[in-house]
Design a protein around this ligand. Structure first.
Ligand code: 4AD
Ligand code: MG
Length: 441
């Protein structure tokens, strides 16, 4: 007869009809002349039951995990008390093996056994991705990216695609990846911020989802050499409006992910205790954070007491965030520890209208600020920083041809996901993570 080719996700709609499914053998069990295959095709998992002649062939007797198969049959609801994905199973009429995976020493389970050496698992990332946890994280990642885009659309913001190859720095020279560009020096982008700022006059408020590159000296569980950077820039707004926008972006995105049954279920599987943050987020002045760290005897990386002017390093930041256990807007950092473009606080030039969003378990997931909108101030900043203004002419021009108060931010997508899905490291939230010394597979 005619078997309709389906993806596993369509199983519920196609119950009791002849269907054909194709996928990978995720689990395998034989019992009293029956063979149970849990089939995986990326859209879901389907239990298939093979009987009679179908289990007596050479292929059936030697079938291995991760082999590809094609199965024809009918999906039947399971009676109460039996359990399988979606509470049904495919009763097979016919099947064939499409590509047999090795058994024995070379078997899949020997390649990616849990608890294997981390560097072996990293080399086998292409196989690790087949696991239930890794694929769930990547599915939530896709849902989160869609939700961000939907949230931006609802705010009338436009997506742009800035260049990856650039000749300017944004976040300091020490983390630049440099390369030869037809005989000129160029870099892989650290942040698309400066380009987004140039879009305001023509496109209005904009955002991008672009890879950023950092030759990080820090080997930590939240640093990658290449990460997905969600950045946005908004015009004609003040600092308070920027903070309110960030709250809306984060909460609105989470609402959208949770409103989707499939992604909500995956999130629940990965992080059963996930709770949507409540608004408004706690605002904490940088100076109050320093006071908090002192009071709680949290030392700097050099083992000293924190003083105003100090950078708040990862360990101290985590300690504070985990202790307070709510999202925090850490605001108004000193000028000396922040980037050149940040607007100073009106009335106190030593500090900037800047914000880091901190989340329990991860720490900083967003860095943002109001930008200098005055040319003269910006020239002073280039000078203060020892930067040659000439490669930045196009950035400076924004202040010349109709300036406006504006601000924006960058959100590390892998850090956001590590927080949401409760992963130990951002490496689990990237398809093929790159970090110090790791550029394979
Ligand atoms: O705080 P950062 O360096 O800020 C900027 O790049 C601004 N120019 C963004 C802007 O205003 N448009 O980076 C922003 C975020 C951080 O909060 C962090 O979440 C993430 O990017 N991030 C990294 N994620 C993974 N690995 C790294 N090495 C990261 N460096 C920054
Ligand atoms: Mg930062």
């Amino acid at each position: 007869g005619d078997y309709q080719k389906i993806k596993i996700r369509q199983g519920i709609e196609t119950r009791d009809k002849p269907v054909k499914v194709q996928g990978w053998v995720h689990r395998l069990r034989s019992q009293k002349g029956l063979m149970f295959i849990v089939l995986r095709d990326g859209t879901g998992f389907l239990q298939c039951v093979l009987t009679g002649k179908n289990v007596q062939t050479f292929d059936a007797l030697t079938l291995t995990l991760e082999s590809t198969v094609e199965i024809k049959g009918t999906i039947k609801a399971l009676p109460e008390g039996k359990s399988a994905p979606d509470n049904h199973e495919l009763v097979a009429d016919w099947w064939r093996c499409v590509g047999k995976a090795p058994g024995g020493e070379d078997a899949f389970t020997n390649k990616v056994s849990e608890g294997a050496d981390p560097s072996i698992l990293a080399d086998s990332r292409h196989l690790v991705l087949r696991g239930e946890t890794a694929s769930a994280v990547l599915k939530v990642r896709a849902a989160v990216l869609s939700a961000f885009r939907e949230e931006y659309a609802s705010m009338n913001m436009l997506e742009v695609t800035p260049p990856c190859m650039v000749q300017t720095q944004v976040e300091g020279g020490s983390t630049l990846f440099a390369f030869d560009y037809y005989g000129q020096k160029a870099y892989l982008t650290q942040s698309s911020q400066l380009y987004l700022e140039t879009c305001l006059p023509s496109l209005g408020d904009v955002f991008c989802v672009q890879e950023s590159f950092r030759a990080e000296k820090s080997h930590t569980r939240r640093h990658l050499s290449e990460y997905t950077h969600l950045e946005a820039e908004l015009g004609f707004l003040d600092f308070d409006e920027l903070l309110a926008h960030l709250e809306q972006l984060i909460c609105g995105t989470i609402d959208r992910v949770l409103a989707n049954e499939a992604s909500a279920a995956l999130l629940q599987q990965l992080n059963p205790s996930f709770q949507k943050p409540t608004r408004p987020f706690r605002r904490m002045d940088y100076r109050d954070a320093i006071a908090w760290l002192k009071e709680h005897d949290v030392k700097t990386d050099e083992g000293k007491d924190h003083e105003v002017g100090d950078d708040i390093a990862e360990a101290a930041e985590r300690k504070m965030t985990d202790e307070l256990n709510v999202p925090i807007f850490l605001i108004k950092f000193p000028r000396e520890i922040k980037a050149f473009y940040m607007k100073r606080c009106p009335g106190d030039e030593r500090f900037t209208e800047s914000v880091d969003v901190l989340m329990p378990g991860v720490g900083e997931i967003v860095g943002g600020s109001m930008r200098m909108s005055d040319s003269k101030e910006l020239f002073d900043a280039y000078k203060h920083e020892g930067m040659d203004p000439s490669p930045y002419y196009w950035y400076t021009d924004q202040r010349k041809y109709g300036t406006c108060e504006h601000g924006g931010y960058g959100l590390g997508v892998e850090r956001f996901l590590a927080w949401m899905t409760n992963r130990w490291t951002v490496r689990e939230c990237s398809l093929y993570p790159r970090w110090t010394g790791r550029c394979t597979p």
